[in-house]
Design a protein around this ligand. Structure first.
Ligand SMILES: Nc1ncnc2c1ncn2[C@@H]1O[C@H](COP(=O)(O)OP(=O)(O)OP(=O)(O)O)[C@@H](O)[C@H]1O
Ligand SMILES: [Mg+2]
Length: 261
């Protein structure tokens, strides 16, 4: 059987008296697209913060391809092939799209294994490589014609595309996205979903938090459901849609979304 790329083992996070995440365990396998859903405040972002070493867990551990990464530093994760986005947009507004992307590639160029494989000899060669790679991502995310536009002059949806492109430009193995479709219109949401599917076909693995149920149901292979910090369900979209505990957790909230999609 394939080894999981990500193992989340008994993660718990307490903030004073608040238990934001309680004893959550699950695995993600290479090539999967796994969604984490749950009502507001369920602990999804806190879970992501622990997986990506932004917040130390109170209990539990995280393994990346079998290696315990629980006590790593944030900057150690990109070279190991893990990248993430944040719930709030994180882009350099005063830089152009292509400049943003070229900063993303520096992660990959600093990776010694990669550098040795490609034998990029000079700074000029590196820059040429970064430029070509950035242009490839511009096209892939549908930002053609905007490569030299300042990011702060773009629409929110376009800025989200820049952020996504910057996150995946270094060819991470595992990508965590915290609400990649939030604030996007329907067309933009579907385009983002399609890009995720496309990158999965190129070998990337995705774990993402979202509230947009129809899109989750379309692209996720599996779904992990959190409620009040606990994992209350895990399964395929079809299984989750008819799970009684999930339906109960969403009563008064997004229940109709869950049922109708
Ligand atoms: N730094 C912190 N200090 C204290 N409490 C926190 C902190 N971060 C999160 N919490 C609490 O932990 C719980 C989970 O929050 P979290 O942001 O992880 O939820 P979420 O599922 O991402 O919600 P949303 O869907 O609104 O983004 C909430 O009760 C929140 O108030
Ligand atoms: Mg959140």
């Amino acid at each position: 059987m394939t080894e999981p790329i990500l193992q989340v083992e008994h993660l718990t996070k307490r903030f004073g008296g608040v238990t934001a995440v309680e004893d959550v365990s699950f695995e993600v396998f290479p090539g999967e697209i796994v969604a984490v859903i749950g009502p507001n405040g369920a602990g999804k972002t806190t879970l992501f913060n622990m997986i990506t070493c932004f917040t130390p867990p109170t209990e539990g551990r995280v393994k990346l391809s079998g290696e315990n990464i629980t006590n790593k530093k944030i900057f150690e994760l990109a070279p190991l092939g893990m990248m993430r986005t944040f719930q709030n947009l994180e882009v350099f507004g005063s830089m152009t799209a292509i400049e943003n992307l070229m900063t993303g590639i520096s992660v990959q160029l600093k990776n010694r294994v990669f550098a040795a494989g490609f034998r990029l000899k000079s700074a000029r060669e590196e820059e040429q490589y970064a430029y070509e790679k950035a242009m490839e991502l511009i096209e892939l995310t549908g930002l053609q014609g905007l490569e030299h536009t300042l990011v702060e002059q773009m629409s929110y949806g376009q800025q989200k595309k820049v952020e996504f492109a910057q996150t995946i430009i270094s060819n991470p193995r595992l990508v965590l996205l915290d609400e990649p479709m939030a604030g996007l219109n329907e067309v933009e949401t579907e385009a983002m979903a399609d890009t995720i599917l496309q990158m999965r076909d190129r070998g990337m693995t995705f774990l993402f938090v979202e509230h947009k149920m129809a899109t989750i149901m379309r692209i996720a292979d599996r779904i992990v459901v959190l409620d009040f910090g606990k994992k209350i369900a895990e399964g395929t979209p079809a299984e989750i849609q008819k799970n009684e505990d999930v339906i109960r957790a969403y009563i008064g909230g997004d229940l109709d979304d869950v049922k109708s999609s």
